[in-house]
Design a protein around this ligand. Sequence first.
Ligand code: F6P
Length: 328
Amino acid sequence: MELKTIKKIGVLTSGGDAPGMNAAIRAAVRAGFYYNLDMYGIYRGYEGMIQNDIKKLDSRNITHVLERGGTFLKSARSEEFRTPEGRKKAYTNLKAHGIDALIVIGGDGSLTGAHLFYQEYGIPAIGLPGTIDNDLSGTDSTIGFDTACNTAIEAIDKIRDTATSHDRLFFVEVMGRDAGFIAVNAGIGSAAAAILIPENKTPIESLIEKLKSRTKAMKTSNIVIVAEGGKSGSAQEIADKVKKFLPYYDIKVTILGHLQRGGAPTSFDRLLASKLGVAAVEGLMQGKYDVMAGLINHKVVFTPIVKAIVDDKKVDEDDLRVANILST
Ligand code: F6P
């Protein structure tokens, strides 16, 4: 592959925001300055690329952002970038600024965009896994996942207090789109009675049996974690079904929702984002294009974007086994 001389790098965040995105932008920009590159912020993801919302960054832009949730570059899900016309507009704007490489921080949709753009226009791009869902291969953890799990656990601990006081059964719905990573981590970390994830269909009968056996074991509170996007239905739907079988239970439903996307990143996410931000700049300089930088066993690894998106990252079977043992 031809090694291009890179002088100007554009950075963008796209898709659902995730805690640690700011830390990743800051690390990439700092690394760029270290290597005497010009760094550009592309605002509102691909939408800003199409609308030419692009500004040269200086060190003031990245002061005191490491510790903040969200993304100061803002984020969007761009429909127009999915069209060839949209991508052409975006390319024209990049060229007008002389930007010759991209760092795209986001989830699978955002990385797909970077891949397509590289295929069509040859703009070298490195993706960074920025999503609370943890549903990308090529990295043990995505930026924001650890913070989201901590946020969910903190919230569930609070729900536990009131659940215990009132002997109530709570169904708590967590995010994750089609993946159960947040549910499994938050469920184990908060001593959930059961964890329902999209990857597995849990028959309602087995959930009922589990709840009955916990009643026999004199458990004073029960919290069932339900991942959104599950085959058994939403937390509310499952709660309604359970109520029919166990009418004597006082049941409540809480949807944690976007709470899980905000907040200051944990130390883990700060470190992950910082390492990957630097790796992205160095990777581009070394001619690593159309790849995602991730961390596997604490080491930076570059995986072709297509592989990171397409390979199905599985919830660890051993985590499910542990969760089951601990909830009986
Ligand atoms: O991908 C991150 C995520 O928070 C998912 O967990 C969730 O399904 C989705 O984004 C929500 O998207 P939006 O903020 O557009 O409603």
